[in-house]
Structures are given as structure tokens and as C-alpha cells.
Design a protein around this ligand. Sequence first.
Ligand code: SAM
Length: 237
Amino acid sequence: VDHELDYPKSPSAMDWSFHYPQYFSYPDQAEPLPGQNIKKVEWADVGCGFGGLLMALAPMFPDTLMLGMEIRTSVTKYVTDRIAATRQSQSLLPSESSEKKPGEYQNVSVIRANAMKHITNFFDKGQLSKIFFLFPDPHFKNRKQKARIITPGLLAEYAYVLRPGGILYTVTDVKDLHDWMAHHLNNHPLFIPIPNSDLEDDPILEAARTSTEEGKKVERNKGDKWVACFRRAENPE
Ligand code: SAM
């Protein structure tokens, strides 16, 4: 426990059944049988804010478990309630069977966490295939370097939880922050820049640019957005 922040000692100690009950329930047993618990969180939205990205992606990718990590208690609670309300309203829609169907938002959740400190407590090596940093650190210039969300040290942790071939997305309206993030990612041996033109038709990048609350605000104010995406390299021999 860290100033009332809850985090597991290691990823295997994390009980996800509270977050994704339909994926982690075993009606006839107390615990999963070996091999039964095959679903894992694959996408993480670091500093998810009010959850706009997750709510956009969840129905588009109903079989992918995605998690927002947010340090502010009240904001985390807002997203928790938002997901619960959406799940409930979806479950009230008429359906042919009681089976889980796409669009029920069973694949999305949020956790209160300091991602800069505890991301490796939640995720195993290579567990994630996507990690998002969307409009992070608005006041980054006033922060000490080690307090920033992208630093050479933290990139090693993000590379650890991201699997080879996985993608790290950054979007910001702060040009200096973009330069800082791109500079450190470009200089990290485990991250390979993806030309923006390669992702032109990527619906995930489109959602990352436009569906978060900050992204919408920047749009309303007709501000610029800076995008930099990187592929996680293969592990060196
Ligand atoms: N990504 C969202 C969006 O685009 O609307 C929110 C952007 S907001 C400017 C940055 C968010 O990151 C805030 O909600 C803040 O509380 C959260 N945050 C900052 N540091 C964090 C950390 N170490 N771990 C988790 N969340 C953090």
C-alpha cells in the first residue's frame, strides 16, 4: 500500500474478476482450473482521464480486455460508474440469448493506479499489445524530469510490459512535450518509430486522436495535435 494506493505484489496476485466478471467467473468452482483463465488485459490507457478512448474502443474490439489506469480517485470513480451504467443499459436491450455479445462493455475497466510506479505490478513481461499516452502531462515543462510520464527509465518499464510487435501511442497538443517524448522514444533501442502515414487508416489511432475528453477539447479549440507511435522491437538475442 502506497498512500492508500492499492496494487498487487505481482501480476499473478491480481484478481481481475471484479473488473471483468464475465471473463473471470467460474459458476461451478471457486477458482479457475489450470489453463482456464486464459484471458488477459492486453491494452492499457495510461492516465485515461474520463475514459473516452476506452468507451470508444470497447465495442469496436469486444474480445480484447482493456484497462484505464488513472491516479485521481474521483476521476477513476467517474469512469467506474460510467462503465457500470453503460454495461447495465446494454444488458437491458433485448437479446436473443443470454450469451455475451459484442458491445456489452464487459471488456473494459479502470483502476486507480500510479502507472509510473506500479505498471509492472499489474502486467507481466510482454502482456500488453497496446499502450496509450494521450494528452499526458499538460504542465510537463514545470515538472522535474524524473516526474514526467515518459522518461528513459520509465520507457524501460513500458518496453517490459509491451510485447514485441506491440504499439505505444502518444498524442499531445503540447509541441514541446511531443518533441520530448519522440526524442526519448527514438533513442530507445526497444522502440521503432512508425511513420504516421502507416497508421493513416488505423481506427485505433483515429480513436486515440479524437475520442478522449482532452482530444475533444483540443478539437473544439482548433488546436494542433502531435502524434508519435512506436513499435516494440523484438527482444535482442
Ligand atoms: N488521456 C485523457 C484524455 O486524453 O482525455 C486524460 C488526459 S489528462 C491531461 C492526464 C491524466 O493522467 C489525468 O487524468 C491524470 O490524473 C492522469 N495521470 C497523471 N499521472 C498519472 C500516473 N502516474 N498514473 C496514472 N494516471 C496519471
